[in-house]
Design a protein around this ligand. Structure first.
Ligand code: APR
Length: 180
């Protein structure tokens, strides 16, 4: 499925296998890895990524990367060139600024991809796993931020939303406007 003249796509896949310029990671504030897609990226990418994350943490975010923010590292052994580590909000019922923080995470992922000159960018469903964000609500936020901002910039030219299951992709498709 694609929108915006093919500049925004949604597909099922394992983000660690995609040979795009940059992939986004659903990280946590420690930047020290974890489970889910964070664990998959560190496992497949190798220790270079963790070393870079530790350096960024020590030099710039000694108290941890704030929710909604993103930082860029190399990709180690992954087929992509950059990993953009973004911290999405933990779902706490929706009254703790979760929508604004999730929107900020998508905005900053896009900005970091532009900054590193990534022509192609893949993004997983931030916060919808361990962090418990309702996928229907998260889909609307991802769509709102990306559909508004992608047309206003040259890079990234191609953005792919990557879902780990057909079911998760379908929830996204059912939650966003399907332009012809
Ligand atoms: N490729 C694409 N998507 C994936 C992959 C993968 N290899 N592995 C998991 N996912 C999907 C999950 O199915 C979910 O839909 O990524 C989405 C985000 O889920 P999580 O990885 O659990 O991320 P999140 O909900 O943002 O929680 C972040 O989990 O892994 C820890 O260190 C991480 O503390 C952080 C927290």
């Amino acid at each position: 499925m694609s929108w915006l003249n093919g500049r925004l796509e949604a597909q099922v896949g394992d983000i660690t296998t995609l040979a795009v310029d940059a992939i986004a990671n659903a990280a946590n504030t420690s930047l020290l890895g974890g489970g889910g897609v964070d664990g998959a990226i560190h496992r497949a990418g190798g220790s270079d990524i963790l070393r870079e994350c530790q350096k960024i943490r020590q030099e710039h975010y000694p108290d941890g990367l704030p929710t909604g923010e993103a930082v860029t590292t190399g990709a180690g052994k992954l087929p992509c060139r950059y990993v953009i580590h973004a911290v999405g909000p933990v779902w706490q019922g929706g009254e703790n600024d979760e929508p604004a923080l999730l929107a900020a995470a998508y905005r900053h992922i896009l900005d970091k991809a532009t900054e590193c000159g990534a022509r192609s960018l893949a993004i997983p469903a931030i916060s919808t796993g361990v962090y418990g964000y309702p996928p229907e609500e998260a889909a609307k936020i991802a769509w709102k931020v990306l559909s508004a901002r992608i047309p206003k910039r040259r890079d990234p030219h191609r953005v792919i939303l990557v879902f780990y299951s057909q079911q998760n992709l379908q929830i996204f498709l059912n939650s966003v406007p399907i332009h012809p």
